[in-house]
Design a protein around this ligand. Sequence first.
Ligand code: ADP
Length: 704
Amino acid sequence: MKFPARRGVSWASRRGSLWALLMALVAALLVTLVWLSGRYESSLVQSRLEHDAAQTVADIRSGLTRNIQSFQALHPGESRPEAWQTQASGLLREHREIMRLEWRNEALDIVGLAETPYRRSVFEQLGRVSLQADVTPTCATARRLSGATYSASFFMPQADGLGLEVLDMCMPIMLAGRLSGYVVASYSLQDMLGELVGRQLARGVGLSFTEADGTRLALHGAPASGSRIYIAHQLLDLPGNTLVLRRESRLGTPALFPNVLTALVTAMSLALLAVLLLLARDMRRRQKAENELGEALAFRKAMEDSVLTGLRARDLQGRITYVNSAFCKMVGVDAKELLQQNVSSPLPVYWPPELAGAYQQRQETRLTGDTLPRERHESLFMRQDGTRFPVLIMEAPLINAVGKHTGWMSAILDVTEQRRVEELSRASQDRLQATARLAMVGEMASLLSHELNQPLAAISSYATGSLNLLQDQIAMADKDSAPVALAQPAAAGHLAAPLSEELQLAMRRIAEQAERAGKVIKSVHDFVRRRDREREAVAPRALLDAIMPLLSLQARKLGVRVLIEVDEACAPVLCDRTMVEQVLLNLSRNGMQAMQGAPEGPASAARSAQGGKLLTLRIRPAAADGPVRRVEFAVIDGGEGISASVAARLFTPFFTTKDEGMGLGLSLCRTVVEQHGGLLKFAALQPRGTIFSFTLAAAAPDTA
Ligand code: ADP
């Protein structure tokens, strides 16, 4: 899967703006909620206030009504002014809001009068007479309405410099259906508020009477100043006058959490914000995880694409569920085609048709049975062009996240190249072994010719000598008595002519055959040695590379570690490649065999860092001792070494200390090295082991 950077960025910015929008919406919602709850709360307060104001008005009204009843009680019948005055004074003591009570006759003249005991007379300053004009219309209205009537309020300046808003009430006194006079009561508006309102006023609540235009006439209580003040107006409708009652109040609770509702909404908003923040953090974590996952996926993809091992996953029904690109390349089929093929055909395209039956059987046993959880087997696959190739398949069960077995994962290696190399190395091994045998035969032939030449030459010369003697005898016999000799056959000391002829012939044949035998042996020797002339320039490293497969095979069998030390400065050498390889192989084999009997001591451990048996093949430029540069080859072992008695006969043909040995190896080596103009040397190593070494001439630069 690909993660194009541009798309990622646009997604991130889009997600960011979505988050911003969500935040803004939530914030707006919260603000609206808080505002609405605040408004709801103030409307509640307002309506409570209105209710309280109405209550206040009702209180005042009933207070006034009660007073009227008290005034009527002052006039049960005809009474004298003195008695009335005493009763009126008692009434005034009980009712602080009434400033003064007057009993007037029908002509509105004052008959009796009582003043409140709580303050100095309100009319002291201006005098009652000045107000006669106000009382008259009020009482006229009262008579017309046959009930208590109130005047408009008026201001009375007082002695202490302050003033008092006063309201007059006039009530007609009816006696037996006839008007007998009036009771006039003067109320102080401020005291009306103080005395007639039933409940005690709370702090921060103010009551006042105002005129229609808002002018305050009287005030009771301490109205608060500042913000969040609620005001309610109520009309106090009295006969003859209408007053406006104003009740004002401040919200008693702190402004931040006006009431439980607002507090609840605020708390919920805060909780919502917190959840939002947590969500955002979670989102950020998720995004990080997503990015990491994407990276891991890309990494895995790159890894899958880069490996050379084919990967193939199959489900429990044997259908291919995944292949990597290496596998597709291997079989030459598209991944899409391989995955689709599950439907179109039951057999994979890469199965060779002739083996499909066997493969299917194998697959079925694997699918049905509880075979080994991990297995490794070789198989043959087919490319799309029909060529077959060997593969190594390693299978492991696919276990999903919840531990369920869902299929099989196979790693497939194309082992074509491996097989080819193995084939090559087997071929070169065969070739080396063949030349080894041939070289042995050559060596044997040369030894035989060497050993047989002398006896053959002796036979030949004895035959020639015998022939000469025989001829001399015949010549002498012919000279003495040719006729007698003919007459006397088989005379003592003389041979008959025909016999001597035959003997001569036989002798001649013996000499001829002896010579021929020598020639035959020489020709065999020459045939085997004909390779001597096949010299070529070879890099020293190439000589080692050629014998390495065979050498490592033996080394593994004998538990020996082989160390190669090649000085790269070495020039190519001029040699018969096969024969020199043979020499190196022989010396190495001897060295490895010599180490078999040797116990592993501290010395050999010191030689090899890892301990164990170590055979070193060393090639380096030889110390110059002439005009031609030479290269030194050395085979070093840590074996038992060579005793003096063995050393004396080391190169003798057929000398061996091994049960299965031929005793020809070192002899052959020496011959080959000497044919190349070198010398095969050996020396003991301290504390143990032997070094065999020889030198070869370096090829002229132009030959190289
Ligand atoms: P073969 O290996 O068939 O015995 P060789 O001519 O190669 O014949 O060796 C002759 C003898 O020399 C061996 O049997 C062995 O005793 C001795 N010899 C050769 N190489 C070594 C060596 N590196 N260390 C000890 N002894 C050796």
